[in-house]
Design a protein around this ligand. Structure first.
Ligand SMILES: [Zn+2]
Ligand SMILES: [Zn+2]
Length: 388
């Protein structure tokens, strides 16, 4: 039985020595194996993973590699377990941990920065200068589970207490996996962008971050909130999450529509979540002079950008990586107060054993899948669950 020295456990939450874990082989190849259950150190807990959502970034990592970095290189064939949007139950406490208790339900942020570099000291731990340096002679203690260290497509994982977000009993496992996605939108809009109530926002691209970006912007008091995209069913979900206007860019020119819907001057913020080749040039024409554009999608190709327009109009352009400055805690506060219903973007649940099927649903958008969740327990192996 699992009983490492200095680690607190509880007989009500028995922990095996080994666990099921998916590992990444060649690009696109995952296999189910078993690994030892990891051991929490100082300032860490062991989380029993109850649910994990699949993110577009997981697909990038599994099929292409970056932004994961394992032992300073590509993540393939290194016994690496991906998955980062997970939640679960604290089942063991590392030495000195009294901030959480065994049995407590938590969801997780991804990044535990090194805690010693300039950006970590500023709270921008997702931009840690020691990203991926957590091994051998360069061990700075940085961890980003599912990116630089083992992640959540398994049964147990170790998390730094700084990455934990306590959740209420009333929040379902599936909803809790979405907190970090909402936290990313929160970070882009408030911490990096400084959105205040009453300002106008466009969100381009109704993927998970875009849709929760609409919800967060609306909950923060933005007005109006305009969502653009190509799929009517997703735009309708955006409307249900609070978009005042939706624009299908297949039917009308997005820039013209945004300007028409907001008095001709453009909006104060654009949250760009589409990654489309024309996205940056469209976004800088949707904002008003002095406006801000947050880039939250990774396009695959380099695209020409109209720099002169950006300079002449004093437009701020900034990228966002993940969910810094504890924005995830504030997103959870909105969700636990039911300021928006993030579960509108959860569409399917599969058992952990069916991860490849779940990934196929997410990647190919089978049955209009948006957020697909896998669970290690509570879902029967033969049946997927389609959300209401
Ligand atoms: Zn993600
Ligand atoms: Zn750092």
């Amino acid at each position: 039985m699992y009983a490492p020295a200095g680690v607190k456990t509880d007989k009500d939450y028995p922990i095996p020595d080994r666990m099921k874990a998916w590992v990444l082989g060649d690009p696109g190849e995952l296999s189910l194996t078993d690994k030892p259950v990891p051991v929490p150190k100082k300032a860490e807990v062991l989380v029993r993973i109850d649910a994990v959502a699949i993110c577009a970034t997981d697909l990038e990592i599994i099929y292409h590699g970056p932004p994961a970095s394992i032992l300073g290189g590509m993540p393939h064939n290194k016994n690496f377990t991906p998955g980062h949007e997970y939640m679960g139950t604290v089942v063991a406490l590392g030495p000195g941990v009294d901030e959480y208790r065994i049995g407590q339900r938590v969801t997780v942020e991804i990044h535990a920065g090194c805690g010693q570099c300039k950006r970590c000291r500023e709270g921008m731990y997702t931009s840690c200068h020691n990203y991926g340096l957590n091994y051998g002679d360069v061990d700075k203690g940085h961890r980003a589970n599912g990116f630089t260290t083992d992640g959540g497509f398994c049964e147990y994982q170790v998390n730094n207490i700084n990455t934990l977000v306590a959740i209420p009993d009333a929040m379902s496992d599936e909803e809790a996996t979405l907190v970090v996605t909402a936290g990313t939108a929160m970070y882009g809009l408030t911490e990096l962008g400084g959105l205040v109530a009453g300002e106008s926002v466009v969100v381009t691209g109704p993927g998970p971050i875009g849709l929760l970006g609409v919800a967060v912007a609306k909950a923060l008091g933005a007005h109006p909130v305009i969502l653009t995209g190509t799929r009517d069913n997703r735009l309708e979900i955006g409307r249900a999450l609070g978009a005042d206007h939706v624009v299908n860019v297949r039917r009308e020119d997005a820039v013209e529509a945004v300007r028409r819907l907001n008095g001709g001057k453009g909006v104060d913020y654009v949250l760009e979540c589409s990654g489309a080749p024309t996205a940056v040039n469209d976004a800088v024409r949707m904002v008003n002079r002095g406006g801000k554009v947050c880039l939250a999608a990774f396009p695959h190709e380099e695209t020409p950008v109209d720099v002169a327009h950006i300079v002449r109009n004093n437009i701020y352009l900034y990228g966002i990586r993940g969910e810094g400055k504890s924005a995830t805690h504030r997103a959870e506060a909105f969700m636990s107060q039911k300021r928006f219903d993030a579960t509108k973007i959860h569409t399917h649940t599969f058992p952990l054993e069916d991860l490849p099927t779940a990934i196929r649903y997410a990647k190919d958008r089978v049955e209009d899948a948006i957020k697909v969740v896998v669970k290690a327990r509570g879902v029967s192996a033969a049946h997927k669950v389609a959300a209401e």
